[in-house]
Write a protein of this length. Structure first.
Length: 153
């Protein structure tokens, strides 16, 4: 549950919303001295938290397939990363997708990643496997950031 708090600043009173979300405390300024606007800001945050808690967030991201997400990520990677980093991302996604198949993104577990690691270690040097795992970790962290996953597997 979020609460409204006021803080005295040089320019007068500013209202803040104080709340916990996923075991982390947030204090966000409403950037207003008007209590009514601050209460609207508070209600908006409470609605967003409730939507996420009850699973009413974006349903299009619920059952995203691995190949579909990797395709979106690789477009992002190509546009924002150096060429060699993009190529490694491309390799890592290709090998991982070939190993697990086009499963749901949410079905990827640490166990699957460990099996992938053992499989690749039998075929290539450990340094190559570590490099692909590093990139996969970053890819899945991007999935968390883009709200496709709740946590990085």
């Amino acid at each position: 549950m979020a609460t409204l708090r006021k803080k005295n600043c040089k320019g007068g009173v500013i209202w803040f919303v104080d709340f916990r979300y996923q075991d982390k405390r947030y204090r966000i300024s409403t950037k207003t001295s008007d209590r009514k606007l601050a209460e609207l800001f508070l209600k908006d945050i409470e609605v967003k938290i409730a939507k996420d808690a009850f699973g009413f967030d974006d349903f299009s991201k619920k059952n995203t397939k691995l190949a579909e997400f990797f395709e979106k990520f690789l477009k992002f990677s190509e546009a924002t990363k150096a060429k060699n980093s993009f190529l490694i991302d491309e390799q890592a996604t290709k090998f991982f997708l070939n190993f697990v198949g086009n499963i749901s993104l949410k079905a990827v577990t640490p166990k699957i990643i460990e099996e992938f690691k053992l499989n690749r270690l039998s075929q290539v040097k450990p340094a190559s496997v570590n490099m692909w795992l590093r990139h996969l970790k970053a890819i899945f962290q991007t999935a968390v950031k883009w709200a496709f996953l709740e946590k990085n597997p």
